[in-house]
Design a protein around this ligand. Structure first.
Ligand code: ADP
Ligand code: MG
Length: 146
């Protein structure tokens, strides 16, 4: 499914909808350039899970865990990952194959570790359509149109 958003709040709302319906063991992979809106989308997912804590990109850690919602939420930002061993050290398998919801920003950098049934979300800009325009492609995910 391809959807388009025309502002950060619409991307947030799409994420929230996915968070509301997310199920245990779900892994969401997020791909898109710097500033595409991956973190905005992530904040929506967290809100949809009922997490009230502020969600930002983890700067010094690869993963940030939020326990305040309907399900545990594991927010990975693997932008600074060195090698796959770092993921092992973090214990990513317990997250990916656990009972929470995982979301991975810059998921392409660890694609060999992603589970087969990962939900892929790609966010792209198209400056011809405006600065706040985003094309969001969702694969492996059923979402009602926003
Ligand atoms: P990323 O995590 O992909 O690097 P961020 O989510 O941190 O990107 O930042 C996206 C920026 O783009 C924010 O400043 C946000 O307000 C802005 N923005 C403008 N339009 C949109 C849109 N349609 N969807 C998401 N973010 C948007
Ligand atoms: Mg980000």
């Amino acid at each position: 499914m391809v959807t388009e958003t025309y502002g950060a709040e619409e991307t947030f709302a799409l994420g929230r909808r996915i968070g509301e319906t997310a199920h245990p063991g779900m892994v969401l992979s997020l791909t898109g350039d710097l500033g595409a809106g991956k973190t905005v989308f992530t904040q929506g997912v967290a809100a949809g899970l009922g997490i009230e804590e502020a969600v930002n990109s983890p700067t010094f850690t690869i993963v940030q865990i939020y326990d305040g919602g309907r399900l545990p939420f594991y927010h990975f930002d693997v932008y600074r990952i060195g090698d796959m061993e770092e993921m092992d050290e973090i214990g990513y398998e317990d997250c990916f194959y656990g009972d929470g919801v995982c979301l991975v920003e810059w998921a392409d950098l660890i694609k060999e570790l992603l589970p087969e049934d990962v939900c892929r979300i790609t966010i792209e800009k198209d400056l011809e359509k405006g600065f706040d325009y985003r094309r969001i492609t969702l694969e492996g995910l059923e979402v009602q149109r926003i």
